[in-house]
Design a protein around this ligand. Structure first.
Ligand code: SAH
Ligand code: SF4
Ligand code: F3S
Length: 438
């Protein structure tokens, strides 16, 4: 170890699980004497925590790597690639890109201090073994203290949807014990955190041998000081009555469910191996709304999956019209190497057609999102204050229980980040509610 502790800059791509993993990595490195900096210019080590979900996620990382070339030549920067892309490409990536010194996959972060030490001495290295057990449950993430925090409660995915790379980059499902999660939530509450989001690639297939996901949600919601509990991402196949009852019945479990659909067409659902039909999915939506009429539903869609025809695509648009999600994330299908779809089906929808389908759905959904938000005008909702508004320091920004961004005036209300307050909605755009504190 040199006299001055090496400075690390970490850049994070991809989903919330990666954000959380960056906090784990910071914790591991801090314990090993590293310090942190907020730009590559002032760093001795740059780590990119990467995503592999679509081709453009890969491209973004290649772009950032290219931009580090001059710094590397200039001052001998150590460059490490972490996360799903490292796990996905393994030694091909290390061999093809001479800028990279270190590769570490999502289950190998404990090996990082050793890898970085070797890299500083000029030896490249990688750790990309997946584990059936690693949950990092003994490591306290190095979080930026704030109003909200993530807790990973399970890792990995056993679903193997045919389009998806995650089961290969994140390995098999494994869950932490309920007690450990609850203790982490208690520690967070003690440090002033008000909202906890439980994370997992398939969060509702959580099971620790004794407890299921509903047990876990309820236990975290009972932690004193935690005002809101969220969870992401659930799979539609794991919604037993008990879970719906927990969400509908507990005041501190947020009334928001992200329910990834992918496509509204039965043949494509089957090709994707999503394990539900359109009718089953719609029945679940009905069941959720009957139990919990105020629920906010959001979803993920893939347009242009292998062999999807115009008529089949129209089924998705039709389903968006029928369900009226508050928000939908809409992606073009991007073939991922070694997935089941890549091996079995031709990626035969032309790029232009995929793009046109995405544009069409995005436009359509914007109309619904605007309509849904405008329906809230005149209502009073509870908002958890997160910080100052982006546009003006005279405003607070927070989120509703349903996870919609709300902006309102600061004047004379004595609030601070972490406050829960009632806001009367006076205006709305596609993404944001505006109002006044009451
Ligand atoms: N585990 C989560 C999803 C993780 S990935 C779940 O099952 O909901 C987030 C979203 O990325 C997916 O819901 C899907 O819509 C999208 N996605 C995954 N693989 C993709 C691919 N190959 N091409 C385009 N979008 C993809
Ligand atoms: Fe991917 Fe399907 Fe697993 Fe979600 S459930 S991570 S889409 S394989
Ligand atoms: Fe990307 Fe890996 Fe998350 S592929 S979406 S960072 S699980």
């Amino acid at each position: 170890m040199p006299l001055r502790p090496p400075a690390v800059f970490i850049e994070t791509f991809g989903c919330q699980m990666n954000e959380y993993d960056t906090e784990l990595v910071r914790s591991i490195l801090k314990d090993n004497g590293y310090r942190f900096t907020d730009s590559a210019d002032t760093a001795d080590v740059v780590l990119l925590n990467t995503c592999a979900i679509r081709e453009n996620a890969h491209n973004k990382v290649y772009g950032h790597l290219g931009a580090l070339k001059a710094l590397k030549e200039d001052k001998g920067l150590v460059i490490g690639v972490l996360g799903c892309m490292a796990q996905n490409l393994k030694k091909d990536l290390l061999e093809e890109n001479s800028l990279i010194d270190v590769l570490a996959g999502p289950d190998s972060y404990r090996a990082l201090p050793e890898l970085l030490e070797k890299a500083a001495a000029g030896r490249k290295g990688m750790a990309v073994d997946l584990s059936e057990y690693e949950t990092y449950t003994d490591i306290t993430p190095d979080r930026i203290e704030g109003v909200a925090a993530w807790i990973a409660v399970m890792r990995g995915c056993d679903n193997f949807c045919t389009f998806c790379v995650v089961p290969y980059t994140r390995g098999r499902e494994r869950s932490r014990e309920l007690d450990g999660v609850v203790r982490e939530a208690e520690a967070l509450a003690a440090s002033g955190c008000k909202q906890v989001t439980l994370l997992g690639q398939n969060v509702n297939s959580y099971r620790d041998g004794t407890h299921d996901f509903a047990d876990l949600l309820l236990a975290v919601a009972e932690v004193r000081g935690i005002e809101r509990v969220r969870f992401i991402s659930p799979h539609p196949k794991d919604f037993p009555e008990k879970l719906l009852e927990a969400v509908a019945g507990h005041p501190r479990i947020c009334k928001h469910i992200h329910l990834p659909l992918q496509t509204g067409n039965d043949r494509i659902l089957q090709l994707m191996d999503r394990t539900y039909t359109r009718a089953e999915y719609l029945a679940l939506v009905d069941q959720i709304r009957t139990r919990c009429p105020e629920i906010i539903l959001t979803t993920d869609i893939i347009a242009g999956f292998c062999s999807e025809t115009d008529e089949e695509f129209a089924d998705t648009e039709d389903l968006l019209r029928e369900v009226e999600y508050h928000l939908a994330y809409i992606f073009q299908y991007s073939e991922r190497k070694n997935t089941i779809a890549a091996r079995k089906y031709a990626d035969d929808v032309p790029a232009g057609v995929k793009a046109a389908r995405v544009t069409k759905l995005v436009e359509f959904q914007r109309g619904i999102s605007l309509k849904k938000n405008r329906e809230m005008i005149g209502k009073t909702v509870e908002v958890l204050v997160e910080g100052e508004g982006k546009r003006s320091r005279d405003q607070w920004m927070g989120r509703t229980d349903g996870n919609i961004v709300a902006v309102f005036s600061k004047t004379g209300n004595g609030l601070k980040p972490g406050s829960l307050t009632s806001v009367r909605i006076t205006d709305a755009t596609v993404t944001t509610l505006y109002g006044e504190s009451v």
